[in-house]
Design a protein around this ligand. Sequence first.
Ligand code: ATP
Ligand code: MG
Length: 268
Amino acid sequence: MKLKRGYIGAIANHKGGVGKTITTVNLAAALALKKFKVLVVDSDPQSNSTSYLLPSHTKIKDTLYELLDKETPPPAIEDCIYPTVHPNLFILPNVIESSGLEMPLTLDFPQSNTLLKETIRDYAIQNYDFTFVDVPPTLAIFLSLALHTSDFLLIPAEAGSGNSLEGIKGVLGLAQGIAKSGNKDFKFAKIVTNRVDRRVSACKANIEMAKLRFGEENILRTPIPTSADFQNLEALKGHSIFTYRAQSKGAQAFRRIATEFIKFFEES
Ligand SMILES: Nc1ncnc2c1ncn2[C@@H]1O[C@H](COP(=O)(O)OP(=O)(O)OP(=O)(O)O)[C@@H](O)[C@H]1O
Ligand SMILES: [Mg+2]
């Protein structure tokens, strides 16, 4: 499929540990395998998607921290992007020091709201088919920056937890507010269910409830299964589920999720 242009989106949920980073890394890798050129922007100071995707021998100099730090002259964006072990997949990494940017960016609110957009959006959509911004687990400044930069929002939610699905309202409400007032490019928000175990009745019940609440068309049909492979991946720097276990049920799920995801752009 040929896209009209590049698209950029946030992978966000203010709840922690719901699968934002595994979704970012593995959906990005699945699309790269389908020959799309993909960029992951790690906007989380925890730098987890950086740890997954950046091969450990990579010498990094400039990162998102240098790009957003107003105290120093910004580097060229090209100098902040690094190849991964996957052809077609690149990363704009982060470092823990960027947690120190939260306060100045928040104090500079609302002017700072468009800083990420001004810094990366045009470059990303001109040079990549898809850009995914991995966001930290708060309803705070980095989420706001990412939503102001985005064409879409993907919300991973834990299917086994009714509270996790309830929590979607917060990030969805923020995205809708930003779409109305500050970001005219914003097109859609979709939910992807994570840690789905068909044997757990609460999973089925919560997914049915989420369909009623948020609309069946807004929930990806393919769930992310519970799998120890995702936990094992954390120790292997530089890998996705496809380089670790390409035939696993987790890899199969992300291939299907990528196919579903691409359709949103055919339809939009
Ligand atoms: N489907 C799954 N099966 C098994 N383990 C999973 C699954 N999804 C996530 N995990 C594990 O749960 C932990 C949190 O996942 P992940 O880092 O993707 O969440 P997150 O939302 O990005 O967290 P944070 O809010 O801290 O950024 C990781 O150890 C990950 O390996
Ligand atoms: Mg994360």
